[in-house]
Design a protein around this ligand. Structure first.
Ligand SMILES: C[S@@+](CC[C@H](N)C(=O)[O-])C[C@H]1O[C@@H](n2cnc3c(N)ncnc32)[C@H](O)[C@@H]1O
Length: 207
């Protein structure tokens, strides 16, 4: 079972190896995600599950990024990238995506890459995103979403309980359905990552 504690332990333990494994594997979407987010000059962007900070180099110099993650190990890595590779000011903090310590309607731009699959309760995390986003805010999420392909559906059914039990990640995500329940507007979905297994989902928070 995936718990916040199991996730934290896993990422704390492997934070120094993360880039080696996941930079090439998941490297495709981050640049495009920031391009789709297209934050206006002076904007403050919230990045949820910032990890080792692989997205930080893609933000333009005239925005400010507030990034958080549950794992201190990952935050240590992102701190180094914030100093060495980022072109804009970056503030980092430890926080749980399922209960964010921000007031309602705080952000105009939100980004989250490859995170919802490893959050124990993605529904809570998505609700939190809508709560802290201002009406009309732009949100970009990179994630695995349930396949419409029957064969992939069977593969997901087989592997989902295995990966979930190992505390690694979950595969059953009807993210577009969940976003629609929250009234998301202009939902746009494009495939990304090696083998195009993940999708970049962008949308606008309803007014
Ligand atoms: C696959 S990594 C993705 C990291 C980064 N976004 C990237 O693009 O490489 C998943 C990240 O989500 C973080 N995470 C998992 N559960 C979380 C939670 N409940 N709250 C905040 N971050 C969480 C992990 O610590 C890890 O850094």
């Amino acid at each position: 079972m995936i718990t916040s504690q199991s996730i934290k332990q896993t990422y704390d333990r492997f934070s120094s190896l993360y880039d080696l494994v996941f930079k090439p594997w998941l490297g495709f979407g981050r640049n495009r995600a920031v391009e789709l987010l297209s934050p206006s000059p002076g904007a403050r962007v919230l990045e949820i599950g910032v990890g080792t900070g692989l997205s930080l180099e893609h933000y333009p110099p005239d925005v400010e990024v507030l990034g958080f993650d549950y794992s201190f190990g990952m935050l240590k890595e992102s701190q180094a990238k914030a100093k060495e590779q980022s072109h804009c000011p970056v503030n980092l903090m430890q926080m749980d995506a399922q209960s964010m310590a921000f007031a309602d309607n705080s952000f105009d731009y939100l980004m989250s890459a490859y995170v919802l699959t490893v959050v124990p309760d993605p529904r809570k995390a998505v609700s939190e995103m809508f709560r802290v986003a201002r009406p009309g805010a732009k949100v970009v999420i990179i994630n695995y979403i349930c396949s419409k392909n029957k064969l992939m559906g069977i593969i997901e059914d087989i592997f989902h309980p295995v990966f979930a039990r190992l505390g690694l990640f979950t595969l059953k995500h009807d993210l577009p359905g969940l976003l629609k329940q929250h009234g998301a507007k202009d939902i746009r979905i494009e495939p990304t990552s090696f083998l195009r297994l993940h999708h970049i989902v962008s949308f606008t928070v309803p007014a």
